[in-house]
Design a protein around this ligand. Structure first.
Ligand SMILES: *[C@@H]1O[C@H](CO)[C@@H](O)[C@H](O)[C@H]1NC(C)=O
Ligand SMILES: *[C@@H]1O[C@H](CO)[C@@H](O)[C@H](O)[C@H]1NC(C)=O
Ligand SMILES: *[C@@H]1O[C@H](CO)[C@@H](O)[C@H](O)[C@H]1NC(C)=O
Ligand SMILES: *[C@@H]1O[C@H](CO)[C@@H](O)[C@H](O)[C@H]1NC(C)=O
Ligand SMILES: *[C@@H]1O[C@H](CO)[C@@H](O)[C@H](O)[C@H]1NC(C)=O
Length: 284
């Protein structure tokens, strides 16, 4: 696995107002939703995201997804696609088949519907794009660690990359993090302490645009940075760790405050084929 590329831009999207969707690299999966998409559409099996996973046991996507009024992200297509907010409430407790209710976490994560763990998004060299911004009406609690996106192996034993914000649960795991209000891209999660690739302040009310290129051919991976490539799935949404002492089982233990109403706004989510070196850096 090679995380050979990442960037964070805060460019004005105003320039893109008249630009059509001129996608330069071959798209593998497009996570941008049309202006007519409703929250309830995410519960239908026709959704471009998995309609069943990952959210609270008794929740529907209709309750979780919001469409706040914000300017489109750099990689949304003006007049054609709109950003998607993914929210957390006290009900965001996932029931795992083998593990039962994950009471330690709060989880609302979208997964590409076609991303079954061995599909073309995890073959060759692919680039994962997402843009993110805060919702002032649904602030996070930066005393907690959050994962707004990550890529998990097909065997669920590690993550090839994790995108984080908030206070690290284990500060020793993230010794380079001194400001919880940062957006951070870390490499393979089995590497301890964490291999922090990039971090930048999580400035409020602007878009932060991210792209990560992964080489899925085992011959091109960086051996010292953990096993790979491992296929698997891309998650984008909001995942919240509990707080608590080191050593607890965070799946089931730790502290989560009640009456939460939190969210993150995602835009311009897509996966493209970068086998020939192509990576989209603008839709211009
Ligand atoms: C998808 O949902 C529709 C209506 O809700 C249903 O008729 C159809 O059988 C479902 N298809 C699959 C593959 O589950
Ligand atoms: C879902 O509803 C069932 C039945 O009311 C309840 O036992 C369970 O605790 C609920 N799960 C969550 C995560 O709230
Ligand atoms: C995963 O999707 C690919 C096509 O993208 C298909 O060839 C493969 O059979 C699927 N695997 C499973 C386990 O469904
Ligand atoms: C934020 O999280 C901390 C740690 O769990 C908790 O003590 C505090 O009450 C939370 N703040 C709010 C406003 O909920
Ligand atoms: C916290 O992180 C350090 C450094 O990566 C690691 O050695 C330690 O095992 C971690 N502690 C727990 C409880 O996971």
């Amino acid at each position: 696995m090679v995380a050979r590329y990442c960037f964070a831009l805060a460019l004005s999207t105003a320039l893109l107002a008249h630009v059509a969707s001129a996608q330069k690299c071959p798209l593998i999966w497009d996570g941008r939703v049309t202006l007519r998409t409703t929250p309830a559409d995410f519960d239908k099996n026709s959704s471009i995201y998995d309609h069943q996973y990952v959210h609270g046991e008794n929740q529907t996507w209709a309750e979780i997804i919001k469409f706040p009024v914000v300017e489109p992200s750099l990689f949304d297509v003006p007049k054609l696609s709109k950003p998607v907010e993914v929210t957390l409430s006290d009900a965001s407790i996932f029931l795992s088949g083998p593990g039962g209710l994950q009471t330690g976490f709060r989880r609302s994560e979208l997964i590409p519907a076609t991303n079954n763990g061995t599909d073309p998004s995890v073959i060759g060299t692919t680039t994962f794009h997402w843009s993110i911004r805060n919702d002032p009406a649904r602030p996070l609690n930066y005393s907690h660690e959050y994962h707004p996106a990550w890529h998990e192996t097909n065997s669920y034993d590690t993550e090839q990359f994790t995108f984080e914000t908030g206070q690290p649960f284990n500060q020793s795991f993230d010794p380079s993090v001194h400001n919880p209000r940062t957006l951070r891209l870390a490499g393979n999660r089995e590497v301890s302490p964490e291999n922090m690739l990039f971090q930048t302040p999580f400035t409020e009310n602007v878009w932060h645009n991210w792209a990560v290129t992964l080489g899925w051919d085992s011959k091109t991976r960086t051996p010292e940075k953990g096993r790979g490539p491992g296929g698997g799935q891309f998650h984008v949404g909001v995942f919240k760790q509990p707080t608590g002492p080191l050593g607890i089982n965070v799946l089931y233990e730790g502290y989560q405050e009640s009456h939460i109403n939190e969210g993150l706004i995602h835009g311009g989510v897509f996966i493209e084929d970068s086998s020939k070196g192509c990576v989209t850096t603008s839709l211009l």
